[in-house]
Design a protein around this ligand. Structure first.
Ligand SMILES: NC(=O)c1ccc[n+]([C@@H]2O[C@H](COP(=O)([O-])OP(=O)(O)OC[C@H]3O[C@@H](n4cnc5c(N)ncnc54)[C@H](OP(=O)(O)O)[C@@H]3O)[C@@H](O)[C@H]2O)c1
Length: 247
């Protein structure tokens, strides 16, 4: 039997790296894609996968990813993404908004478009888009990110309609608060104290492995089973704004 192929974008840290590890354990050969070569090379060596340096916002870079993946891809996890800044709309930075739309929506579209023929060719492909609870509600200062993640959600829904007669499932895994090393650090431009404050006093935020486990479960259902969307939050987060903190 041939080894199934999975492509994970944003595999150099957090949820993407954990997902690459979980999928490798589940028997996939994983193509680990991200911009930082050293990190994905180390990960690929660890899990017996392949590293492909890729910026999902660059068409030529994505074309190179598709050609590295080859004619058959079984699983695509569109995980590359992120938030930049937390300014209210009145003080919004248009460049930050553009970068968020670029990576969370256009990047996802470009990778999906480039790998779609290989997903169809597998005969039982699946696309798992990593959205967010930010794609379901609003919070002050979050408009640039929530708008982009609402975009991720709607593109996922559209794709499912467009591919209804194709052998490709389309799913969205939408996490709430996940304590990854870099997400908030990137959002606050390297300000560690501000990043730490996001998770301060929360008894148990999700960790990358929790989300990776959910993505891997979604991706390993029988081919006729489509999990449309899976929202996953820590127990302490009843809603985007209602987070239990002990201090
Ligand atoms: N952490 C949370 O609370 C949370 C909650 C809900 C949803 N999410 C979503 O989950 C996903 C992963 O988040 P995370 O917490 O794991 O964050 P993270 O640790 O900051 O990971 C983001 C990943 O995306 C990659 N990336 C960023 N821009 C890219 C680009 N242009 N091309 C290719 N790769 C790119 C980064 O790698 P390079 O810098 O090496 O390219 C990195 O591997 C994101 O889509 C995020 O929006 C996170």
């Amino acid at each position: 039997m041939t080894t199934p192929i999975a492509v994970v974008t944003g595999a150099s840290s957090g949820i993407g790296a954990a997902t690459a590890r979980h999928l490798a354990r589940a028997g996939f050969e994983v193509l680990c894609a991200a911009r930082r070569a050293d990190r994905i090379e180390a990960l690929a060596t660890e899990i017996g996968g392949r590293a492909v340096v890729c910026d999902v916002t660059s068409e030529s870079s994505v074309a190179a990813l598709a050609s590295a993946a080859g004619p058959r891809v079984d699983v695509l996890v569109n995980n590359a993404g992120g938030a930049f800044g937390l300014a209210p709309v009145a003080e919004a930075d248009a460049d930050e908004w553009r970068r968020m739309y670029d990576v969370n929506v256009l990047g996802l579209m470009q990778v999906t478009k480039a790998l779609l023929p290989a997903l169809v060719a597998s005969g039982a492909g699946i696309i798992v888009n990593v959205g967010s609870t930010a794609g379901r509600s609003a919070y002050e200062g979050g408009a640039g990110y929530t708008a982009a993640k609402h975009g991720t959600k709607v593109v996922t829904e559209t794709l499912r309609l467009e591919l209804y007669d194709q052998p490709v499932r389309v799913c969205e895994v939408a996490p709430g608060m996940v304590h990854t090393e870099e997400f908030s650090l990137v959002r606050f431009d390297g300000d560690q104290a501000r990043a730490d404050a996001v998770y301060a006093g929360v008894p148990d935020p999700l960790v990358a492995d929790d989300v990776a486990d959910a993505i891997t479960w979604v991706a390993t259902r029988p081919p006729h089973v489509n999990i449309d969307e899976l929202v996953i939050k820590p127990r302490a987060q009843a809603a985007q704004h209602k987070v239990h903190r002990t201090s």
